[in-house]
Design a protein around this ligand. Structure first.
Ligand SMILES: NC(=O)c1ccc[n+]([C@@H]2O[C@H](COP(=O)([O-])OP(=O)(O)OC[C@H]3O[C@@H](n4cnc5c(N)ncnc54)[C@H](O)[C@@H]3O)[C@@H](O)[C@H]2O)c1
Length: 390
């Protein structure tokens, strides 16, 4: 057991606003709780829903002043940008269709953005957001949650140090079972928009789950996908978008890989697993056991390294809050992304230079990579599962 690395130094309290995340929604509240974990920012404004009543009720429950509750994100961006006590950043947690418009509204008024994945629907929109953020020198985080796990950060450090050698093959799988039921026809809000192309975009299972695999593999290895061949299946009766997908990929270093995303895999809750194989060894991460990372070197016994107990890379260890054996998970991983992003934002406000570690959060470039990946998977599948270049 090790001491926890709880940080009790002075931390700047920034203000943030939220678009989406109204009562009855899923991820917005997870973001609020994850931000609250380190007390580095507090919520000050919101447009939580397209329903004004929901926004008012959510805002009242969160103790936000009535004058900072807005009917649309456009109005929120405009009014907040004029205030002396304006929000320091905005968090966008709507279904995918509104990400681009909301992010553009805030970026063009000088407000940094945190947006959930996928960044948006069209690659051209993602490039526009990237250019806008660069032009206005604004930090932009896309919350691919799983790279916030200390075990993932340690795995990345092992790979970077060459401990598994030259990477030659990668597998990524992300099975869930919840859409085996026709949930979208039974009023499940999260299922309704994920299965509707007007709200979700071009893909369901690749957009929702496959994009996490793409980002996590890139985070671990730094490899970029050069070409892919995808088959997207619509297994649930009447589905317009995929709920299962098989994707073969080739990376820029010549390594190969295979990804599988599914929401119709009986017996699986949220079983994201990535295995990275090199010519000296392998690293394996399983989201449902995210306090551990499996590490093997050819010819030696395989080890399962524990967050907290085993010596992790110092950067990775710095993201643990409690000793080993007390599981950390989803909230903490997202909190780690926020801790890094908010610290970078505060440093930037003070005019201090940002280091590579300061920028260890998924960026708008990661968002763009994800949108391109989703689009190319759909293109490949539509053409009959042919290889396409990225
Ligand atoms: N990073 C992750 O692990 C993760 C997990 C789940 C969801 N997500 C992403 O988060 C986003 C939201 O997913 P969810 O499951 O929470 O959806 P949800 O349906 O539960 O919530 C969406 C919220 O956005 C609001 N909304 C919709 N349009 C709006 C608009 N124009 N203006 C203001 N509010 C609006 C809805 O009223 C609702 O409150 C999606 O992009 C999804 O892909 C990411």
């Amino acid at each position: 057991m090790i001491e926890s690395s709880a940080n009790i130094e002075f931390k700047p309290r920034l203000r943030y606003g939220m678009v989406g995340g109204g009562q009855g929604s899923f991820i917005g509240d997870v973001h609020r709780k994850s931000i609250a974990l380190d007390g580095m920012a507090e919520i000050a404004a919101g447009c939580f829903s397209r329903s004004a009543d929901n926004t008012l009720a959510t805002g009242a429950a969160l103790g936000i002043k009535r004058e900072r509750l807005y009917a649309t994100y456009e109005e929120m961006a405009e009014e907040e940008s004029k205030r002396a006590d304006k929000i320091d950043f905005v968090v966008i947690v709507t279904p995918n269709y509104a990400h681009y418009g909301a992010a553009k509204a805030f970026l063009s008024r000088g407000i940094p953005v945190v947006c959930d994945k996928p960044l948006c629907i069209e690659a051209s929109e993602a490039r526009e957001l990237q250019e806008l953020a660069e032009k206005n020198k604004l930090l932009f985080c896309v919350t691919y949650t799983y790279s916030g796990n200390p075990a993932v950060k340690h795995g990345k450090a092992l790979i970077k140090k060459g401990e598994i050698g030259k990477i030659h093959f990668i597998t990524g799988e992300y099975p869930q079972e919840w859409l085996l039921a026709p949930s979208e026809k039974q009023g499940n809000k999260q299922a309704v928009w994920r299965t509707d192309p007007k709200l979700a975009g071009k893909s369901n299972s690749v957009g929702d789950l496959g994009s996490h695999i793409e980002n996590l593999v890139h985070y671990f290895t730094g490899l970029k996908i050069k070409s892919l061949c995808a088959r997207l299946d619509k297994i649930g009766p009447g589905r317009v978008l995929d709920d299962n997908a098989t994707i073969m990929v080739e990376y820029d270093n010549g390594a190969k890989g295979v990804y599988w995303s599914s929401q119709v895999a009986s017996g699986y809750d949220n079983a994201l697993k990535v295995r990275i194989f090199g010519d000296k060894g392998a690293v394996e991460f399983n989201e449902e056991e995210c306090n551990y990372i499996k590490f093997s070197q050819f010819g030696k016994p395989t080890t399962v390294l524990s967050r907290g107990r085993d010596p992790f890379d110092p950067h990775a260890q710095g993201f643990s809050r409690i000793p080993s054996g007390h599981p950390e998970g989803y909230f903490e991983a997202l909190a780690n992304i926020y801790k890094t992003f908010i610290t970078a934002l505060a440093k930037q406000k003070e005019g201090k230079p940002l280091t590579e570690d300061d920028l260890d959060f998924p960026t708008v470039e990661d968002g763009l990579n994800g949108v391109v990946f989703i689009g190319k998977c759909v293109e490949s599948s539509d053409k009959g599962a042919v290889w396409v270049n990225l």
